[in-house]
Design a protein around this ligand. Structure first.
Ligand code: NAD
Ligand code: IPM
Ligand code: MN
Length: 358
């Protein structure tokens, strides 16, 4: 069976890490005999916006909906296009229209990488953030009143539907059940956000009844961020609303040394639409064009994509190759964020070669 993957590199370092992501996915496809066809699109980038006045063509949904997966780099270049326009015109449309309601983001301290947290070793930090990805604080309900006057008011509503909350919780509980520790932590703020967050807690408590073997705890988001730093070893599966999950999924990887290695899977678990795989990081204008971005976030996202397509062995082999290259610690290969002097390409090639060797 042949798998069709839509490739959208996006902006900034998205265009630099994508070739390495493709290199490694292709190496895995070759080693495991997987038939993959890539189709590249130039939309979903700020340069496309500058040329066309919109981030994507009107028929983007039709063009992409029959692909087996989307492989995305990063989008955003605030000097060219305001971020809310570029992101709401691309990535957020994909998540919403393709109903990718789970954003799965692993946080793992890898061998060879030094955590900024004193005394933490590989094995101490190994958890998943499961982020609600289609509603919550990222809602299009709201508006401006009395614009331009002193009475100006802006409102953006938080939306939590029972279906929307329950389905992501179910995914998180099911994931916790596959893990040896069987532990789920809920991110809440039901002391201060008095309608939506108590509702979130209620749905967690209700869902927990169906999973008596899962240990469930919850923290308000403020102390939860502190505990990510102080006690990262407490966590196994952490589930949160769209915004809380966003914040936790930069903080978690930062505790593992760099956000440059963090992958994500924007998943439509029912398979009604393609799922989307992208690094957690953005387009990093501060280092773009220098060839020094860490490609591991993109490469590991490619591993998650292969696993999603049914090739767990191939996905695992990519992660093993990443770990092997990080453990070797060759300064000329590793990028600067993980203590080396190498380039995006040197690190991508080393992982691809390692993978090909088996
Ligand atoms: P960012 O993730 O782009 O960068 C934050 C910091 O991390 C920067 O110092 C950057 O150099 C560093 N960094 C990021 N990725 C790295 C990598 N692979 N290797 C080494 N260092 C890396 O976040 P930002 O600066 O807040 O956002 C920049 C742009 O990207 C904005 O337009 C933003 O909206 C967008 N963005 C897009 C996505 C996405 O496409 N999913 C995610 C986050 C931010
Ligand atoms: C992410 C990003 C996006 C988000 C931005 C760029 C809209 O930060 O994928 O984590 O907030 O979801
Ligand atoms: Mn983010």
């Amino acid at each position: 069976m042949s798998h069709r993957i839509a490739v959208i590199a996006g902006d900034g370092i998205g265009t630099e890490v994508m070739p390495e992501g493709l290199r490694v996915v292709e190496a895995a496809a070759k080693r495991f005999g997987i038939d993959i066809a890539f189709t590249t699109f130039d939309f979903g980038s700020c340069d496309y916006y500058l040329a066309h006045g919109q981030m994507m063509p009107d028929d983007w949904f039709e063009q992409l909906k029959d692909f087996d997966a989307l492989f995305y780099g990063a989008v955003g270049w605030p000097e060219k296009v305001p971020d809310h326009i570029s992101l709401w015109g691309s990535l957020i449309q994909f998540r919403r229209r393709f109903d990718q309601y789970v954003n799965l983001r692993p946080c793992k301290l890898m061998p060879g990488i030094k955590s900024p947290l004193a005394g933490r070793e590989p094995g101490d930090i190994d958890f998943y953030v499961v982020r609600e990805n289609t509603e919550g604080e990222y809602s299009s309900i709201g508006g401006k009143m009395f614009e331009g006057t002193e009475r100006e008011v802006v409102i953006q509503e938080t939306v939590m539907s029972r279906t929307g909350v329950d389905r992501v919780l179910k995914y998180a509980f099911d994931l916790a059940q596959t893990r040896p520790r069987k532990k789920l932590t809920s991110a809440t703020k039901s002391n201060g956000i008095s309608i939506t967050m108590p509702y979130w807690d209620e749905r967690v408590a209700e869902m927990a009844k169906a999973y008596p073997d899962i240990e469930v705890d919850k923290f308000h988001i403020d102390i939860l961020t502190a505990n990510f730093v102080l006690h990262p070893d407490w966590f196994d599966v952490v589930v949160g609303s769209n915004l809380f999950g966003d914040i936790l999924s930069d903080l978690g990887p930062a505790c593992t040394g760099t956000i440059g290695i963090a992958p994500s899977a924007n998943i439509n678990p029912e398979g009604n639409f393609p799922s989307l795989f992208e690094p957690v990081h953005g387009s990093a204008p501060d280092i773009a064009g220098k060839g020094i971005a860490n490609p591991i976030g993109q490469i590991w996202s490619g591993a998650m994509m292969l696993e999603h397509l049914g090739y767990k062995e191939a996905g695992d082999a990519i992660v093993t190759a990443i770990e092997a290259v990080l453990s070797e610690g060759d300064q000329n290969v590793l990028t600067r964020d993980v203590g080396g002097q190498g380039t995006t390409e040197s690190l991508g090639k080393a992982i691809a070669e390692r993978l090909a060797r088996g």
